[in-house]
Design a binder for this molecule. Structure first.
Ligand code: SF4
Length: 64
């Protein structure tokens, strides 16, 4: 699985960073950055981050 972020939807709430700090970084007044650790990850933390993003900017897609 891969995590994708729709930066048009991201509003920098940083819920994702709170849920999975190894996988997401959100700079102050910035938008989400998907870190190396999120690549290929379907850990419980990453899945929670995707689920709880308030703007549903994150999604998980199957690797090709
Ligand atoms: S929780 Fe969603 S809106 Fe907030 S920074 Fe993460 S991706 Fe963006």
């Amino acid at each position: 699985m891969r995590v994708l972020a729709d930066l048009d939807l991201c509003q920098g709430h940083a819920v994702c960073q709170d849920e999975a700090p190894d996988a997401f970084r959100v700079p102050k007044r910035g938008k989400v950055e998907i870190l190396e650790a999120a690549a290929g990850s379907s850990s419980a933390e990453v899945r929670r981050a995707v689920r709880y993003c308030p703007t549903q900017a994150l999604s998980m897609v199957a690797d090709d």
